[in-house]
Every structure is written in C-alpha cells, then in structure tokens.
Design a protein around this ligand. Structure first.
Ligand SMILES: CC(C)(COP(=O)(O)OP(=O)(O)OC[C@H]1O[C@@H](n2cnc3c(N)ncnc32)[C@H](O)[C@@H]1OP(=O)(O)O)[C@@H](O)C(=O)NCCC(=O)NCCS
Length: 163
C-alpha cells in the first residue's frame, strides 16, 4: 500500500461531543475489535459505550485527543492510569489504516503527555500497533495473559514501555 507523508496532515484536538458517534462506528468493526482484543463486552451496546465515554471525558486524570487526518475525525488517542501506571492507547477507523497516521498521532501525543515511564498493552499478534509503539521509542517490558472479550478467550498481551 502506498504511504502518504502524514507530517502535515495528522493533527490532534480536544474531543468534541459529535466525535463520539464516529468513535462508536470505528469500534463496531469486527477486524478492529479482533486486533485490539481487549474491548468492550458488547461493542454494539451504545448505552454502555456512552456511559464509558462520559466517564473517560469527566476524568481529569485522563488525557485524550481526537486524531484528525486532513481535518476528518480519524480516531482517538488517550492516556489513563486506571491500572496504576500511565498507559496509552489509540484507535483509528479502518479507512484511515496504513497511512502512518497512528505513528504520527502517537508522536504528537507524546509531546502532550509527559509521563515517563509510559506504558502500552497490546495483543501479541497486533503487529501494526506494535510497530506504532516501536517507531515511537517504546521497548518491550513484559508479557502476560488476559481475557479478550473480542476473542472470547485468554490471549497473550505484551507490555511496552517508553522510558
Ligand atoms: C493499530 C492501528 C492503530 C494502526 O494504525 P495505522 O495508522 O494503520 O498504523 P501506521 O500506518 O502508523 O502503521 C504502523 C505499522 O503497521 C503496519 N500496518 C498497518 N496496517 C497493517 C496491516 N493491516 N497489516 C500489517 N501491517 C500493517 C504499517 O506498515 C506500519 O509498519 P511499518 O512501519 O513497519 O511499515 C490501527 O490499525 C487500529 O486502530 N486498529 C484497531 C484498534 C487497535 O488495534 N488499536 C490498538 C490497540 S493496542
């Protein structure tokens, strides 16, 4: 797939209420859910999606941005510390995959979030996400097994660290 240079085309901004319907559509995609693996129990449940996002947006300890590509809402990137350590995660709508957007969005986000070490948890077979982390300087720091809602079983998860 031909890659576009995203350096001038990927930007971050605060999340707007109207972004949530787009994020909801993004997380409905079965391939995306499979990749991310550690997802909501029922991605089609809009009520629990909205409840989750209201919690996220109200939590002042969470940093979150909408990812724009050429001004279009392409996805989101956030940092939470629900498990104790600061952790980053991101999600792009399928039409935006394979253009270097997540790599660029994370690079921009790392200028916003200064916490170090910063962690990320990824299903072991989510190679695109692993590449996004590697290209942003994260190194492998651990491995565990967790239940994946999207796959209905326990799978291997890698922990990545940015020192
Ligand atoms: C994972 C995800 C964020 C990657 O976003 P992206 O913008 O496509 O990633 P980039 O274009 O920056 O590319 C990252 C790397 O993955 C590779 N890649 C992208 N799509 C791929 C695919 N379908 N198959 C194999 N490799 C792929 C790219 O070639 C690149 O690697 P390279 O630099 O070695 O060439 C996106 O696919 C996504 O949102 N998936 C669903 C949710 C998810 O998995 N979130 C992460 C949870 S930890």
């Amino acid at each position: 797939m031909a890659k576009t240079n995203p350096s001038l085309t990927t930007t971050l901004r605060s999340v707007a209420d109207e972004d949530l319907s787009i994020f909801f559509e993004h997380q409905l995609d079965p391939e995306a859910s499979w990749m991310a693996a550690f997802t909501a129990k029922d991605p089609t449940d809009r009520q629990s999606f909205d409840a989750h996002w209201q919690k996220v947006l109200a939590d002042k300890t969470i940093t979150i941005r909408t990812i724009l590509w050429h001004g279009e809402v392409a996805g989101s990137v956030l940092c939470h510390s629900w498990g104790g350590d600061p952790e980053v995660s991101y999600w792009l709508g399928k039409p935006y995959w394979g253009k270097g957007i997540a790599t660029q969005a994370l690079a921009l986000f790392l200028q916003v979030v200064g916490d170090r070490p910063l962690y990320a948890r990824v299903a072991k077979d989510n190679i695109p996400s692993i590449r996004v982390l590697e290209k942003n300087g994260f190194t492998l720091s651990g491995e565990g097994r967790w239940f994946s809602n999207a796959r209905g079983k326990e799978i291997s998860e890698l922990v990545w660290e940015l020192k």
